[in-house]
Design a protein around this ligand. Structure first.
Ligand code: NAD
Ligand code: HSE
Length: 818
């Protein structure tokens, strides 16, 4: 024998009821089925609203009743052939008349009592069960209808009555022993007190009705049919990757239900748990899906599941109350008085923490009881507060609880470490923690604004063996940025398959437009989408990054803009990693550079800027490795400008110097403003960054720039700069001729030694380490305590959009710990 319960959406209309009939029919072919039903979807609310509106003197209640009537009439007409409709239609009409009578009484008295609300609400299940029983009969299923009020007995606590278990079990057993049918249909939720007056079991109470029947009759199973395919690892509206839990123990299901997983009404579990009856959660709209099995014969091997954690749940609208004071230390009875004060006001405590110093007790309650709680506790401790032994109750609001639930967590070290580590890496601050010695539930109180992120972070940490989500916000989709987008597109499938990484670009911006897409911007059509995007605003872009509060967020700066470089601090403070191609932050005044590094360290975020020197060449990484392994950089000699190396490699006097510079710009080697390259500032920044990363405290002012550019060319606009270079062709020719006369090449060299740095054009003779440096290549020579005679040399392309984008890509992967 099986007990099946169908919820409101499963029986919301005639076509759904037909599905239910088909499910029941399949079971009834082999076994007896007791079907417990909820009211048609939405009817309970309409009934309660009718009563409340009537009490408030609003005649709107009549419209609600008309809707209730219409919904049931429609269902009858669709389910039952015309010839057989009249009996059922008149039953509905008679019931509607009763509802009208109750409501007009309420209207006249301007008052609705809990008793009246129960009477009204009960009509929902009463009507639906009558209708469903008639529909089953219509489908040829032998069916008997039975009013639950004749065997479910409660006290008189209207709207949330407590069941008299002994009397109820006796009543259920007696009835089903004396009556036989393939199928019974019973209204859920409703019961009767000892005077036979209608009571209800609280919202979700139909599940409980079914569980009571299943337990009393030792049913083979209790099947709770819903509009979802089972209990899920997290709320799928919050965590899109949540999946159905195949098997779960009773206590895990109970923990998850108590902690906000609304699939099961918590009291439902207890009766079936006591009898070890398996509880199946199934989907009426996808009956072929396996659903979730709670409890039952899940012993030995079956209990060993793939995951340590069964599910992640949360409760919102939480307030934290803290009672603190030196007068509490070592004195018994303080916590008792706190809980008594709350309990007298019928305030339930959701979570408790107390440190071993006993200096404070912290409890979490539903935020709606905050004012009452504060008053009650302050009153209870009024004497101690006056004497200064205890401080007035402190309260914090806008909080939520996230909880990991799983029996396998017991005795397994590292689970809470993983939980708090994952939350911490994503900048989620934890306000209070609770874990009982059963180790089935680890709860953390966090800001409500962080709940979505926290659930996704934890889901990823404990369930997503499939892939990790990475969320990118990219500012500066110009030359290098566009290449990065191309590379991200090209590598998307590879990263997903081989690195288990799903990379989504959530936001992009150039100086004109910006664009955001919740689940990722199309990496094929982003240019068109961006062109039609909203006007760019850096503050708004940053606000979006912060507000979206997504897990594993990385901010990527591929501009050369000072304002963009200024936002890193704000992001790092929120544990958002920053990947910068832009050199301005790393070359900013030393205290600012240092502060950013500290922020990254404190807030567990990465600040990476490998492409600041030598594009994608592993220059900064190598330097960091040298330092970490205890080496000491003594001097650096380098050619660090791709643009200048290209220009001097290609300028042979046959073409104008200005034309060669133009070519470098067109090929994407120069800075957005080419004067940064030609004037030496770009190289100054690079040698400064290298010196700093080598451990030296330096600033731009400490670097000597022996510029080869005529000063006149460095004023005015970029167009004027080109014109000036054309006019100064003789100057550049002279530089070339002088070098050739010495059988040398021109190289713009950066040097660092004894804490001093300089940049400038030099004559490089054959045999010099810098001589054979072609195209736009860079070379860096590190002389260190360990590399004394021969330097450590890094050489290769030092500019170009493609290579630079690949360096940014590599930094993104590092920031993702991939
Ligand atoms: N090109 C190279 O070979 C190379 C090599 C290493 C590093 N870099 C660095 O990469 C960065 C970008 O170079 P690029 O060649 O792609 O330049 P680019 O001019 O082609 O692109 C810069 C982009 O930044 C955008 N931008 C500027 N200010 C902005 C703002 N406030 N908000 C939003 N977007 C803004 C511009 O609209 C443009 O899309 C520079 O910092 C450069 O030093 C370039
Ligand atoms: N403009 C830079 C790009 C690399 O930082 C160069 O030419 O070297």
């Amino acid at each position: 024998m099986h007990v099946l319960k169908f919820g409101g959406s499963s029986v919301a209309n005639a076509s759904n009821i037909k599905r239910v009939a088909a499910i029941v029919d399949t079971i009834a072919k082999n076994d007896m089925a007791i079907v417990v039903v909820s009211a048609l979807g939405g009817i309970t609310d309409l009934l309660l609203q009718s009563g409340k509106q009537a009490a408030a003197g609003s005649e709107v209640y009549k419209d609600y009743i008309a809707t209730i009537e219409q919904r049931h009439f429609e269902a009858v007409k669709e389910l039952i052939p015309v010839a057989s409709q009249s009996a059922l239609l008149s039953l509905v009409k008679k019931t509607i008349n009763e509802i009208e009578d109750v409501c007009s009484g309420i209207f006249l008295l301007s008052e609705v009592t809990p008793k009246n609300l129960d009477r009204l609400a009960a009509y929902g299940e009463w009507l639906s069960s009558q209708l469903i029983a008639a529909a089953f009969k219509q489908e040829g299923v032998q069916t008997q209808w039975k009013d639950a009020r004749e065997f479910i007995f409660t006290n008189s606590d209207f709207t949330n009555a407590e069941v008299n278990i002994a009397a109820t079990e006796k009543g259920i057993r007696k009835y089903f022993k004396e009556n036989k049918s393939n199928v019974f249909v019973v209204p859920g939720f409703i019961a009767a007190d000892s005077n036979g007056v209608t009571t209800t079991l609280g919202r979700g109470g139909s599940d409980y009705t079914a569980a009571l029947i299943a337990a009393a009759l030792d049913a083979n199973s209790l099947q709770v049919w819903k509009d979802v395919s089972g209990m899920m690892t997290a709320d799928p509206r919050v965590a899109p990757n949540a999946k159905v839990i195949e098997r779960i123990s009773y206590s895990e299901a109970m923990e998850l239900s108590h902690f906000g997983a609304k699939v099961l009404y918590p009291p439902t579990i207890q009766p079936v748990m006591a009898k070890n009856i398996p509880l199946h959660i199934k989907n009426t709209f996808a009956p072929e899906m396996p659903g979730t099995v709670v409890g039952g014969a899940m012993k030995t091997q079956e209990t060993i599941r793939e995951h340590i954690v069964s599910g992640i749940s949360s409760i919102s609208n939480i307030a934290l109350l803290s009672l603190e004071g030196s007068g509490m230390i070592g004195i018994p009875g303080f916590s008792k008085r706190l809980f008594e004060a709350l309990s007298k006001e019928r305030i339930s405590v959701v979570l408790i923490t107390q440190s071993s110093s006993e200096h404070s007790i912290c409890v979490a309650i539903d935020q709606k009881y905050l004012t009452v709680a504060k008053k009650a506790v302050d009153k209870a401790f009024a004497d101690e507060i006056t004497l200064g032994k205890v401080e007035p109750l402190k309260e914090e609001t806008q909080l939520s609880i996230v909880a990991l639930v799983g029996e396998q967590m017991k005795s397994l070290p590292g689970v809470s470490g993983r939980m708090f580590g994952a939350l911490g890496r994503n900048g989620i601050n934890i306000r209070a923690i609770a874990q009982g010695s059963s180790e089935k539930n680890i709860s953390a109180v966090i800001a409500t604004d962080d709940v979505r992120k926290a659930i996704n972070v934890l889901h990823e940490e404990f369930f997503e063996t499939v892939y990790k989500q990475l969320n990118l916000f990219i500012v500066g989709v110009g030359n290098v940025g566009a290449k990065l987008m191309e590379q991200l597109k090209q590598q998307h499938a590879f990263l997903k398959q081989h690195m288990k990484l799903n990379v989504s670009v959530i936001g992009i911006s150039n100086s004109k437009k910006m664009l955001f897409k919740e689940f990722g911007i199309s990496l094929s059509g982003w240019k068109e989408l961006l062109a039609a995007g909203e006007p760019a605003s850096l503050p708004d872009f940053v606000q979006e990054v912060l507000h979206r509060n997504l897990r594993n967020t990385i901010f990527v700066d591929i501009t050369a803009n000072t304002e963009v470089a200024k936002v890193y601090g704000k992001l790092l403070q929120r544990s958002i990693s920053v990947v910068a191609c832009n050199k301005i932050a790393a070359a900013s005044p030393f205290p600012e550079y240092k502060k950013l590094k500290e922020l990254a360290h404190i807030h567990n975020a990465r600040l990476l800027f490998e492409t600041n020197v030598g594009a994608a060449l592993p220059v900064i990484g190598t330097l960091n490795d040298l330092r970490r392994s205890g080496d000491e950089v003594r001097s650096i000699k380098a050619v660090l400008s791709g643009t200048l190396n290209f220009v001097f490699n290609n300028y042979d006097g046959t073409r104008k110097f200005a034309d060669v510079v133009k070519q470098a710009q067109e090929e994407g080697y120069t800075e957005p403003d080419p004067r940064m390259d030609l004037g030496g500032v770009d190289v100054m920044r690079k040698i400064l960054i290298l010196a700093r990363e080598a451990g030296f405290e330096m600033d731009m002012e400490d670097i000597v720039n022996n510029s080869f550019m005529p000063a006149s060319c460095m004023q005015g606009s970029v167009a004027e700069f080109y014109k000036c270079m054309e006019a100064e062709e003789a100057h550049f020719k002279k530089l070339l001729t002088a070098a050739e006369a010495e059988n040398s090449k021109l190289k713009f060299v950066a040097s660092f030694e004894n804490g001093k740095a300089s940049v400038g054009l030099q004559h490089i003779k054959p045999g010099d380490d810098l001589y054979h440096l072609y195209g736009k290549d860079n070379v860096v020579l590190f002389y260190t305590a360990r590399y004394t005679e021969q330097p450590l040399v890094i050489k290769g392309a030092g500019a170009g959009a493609d290579v630079t984008a690949s360096g940014v890509f590599a930094d993104i992967m590092r920031a993702a710990n991939a």
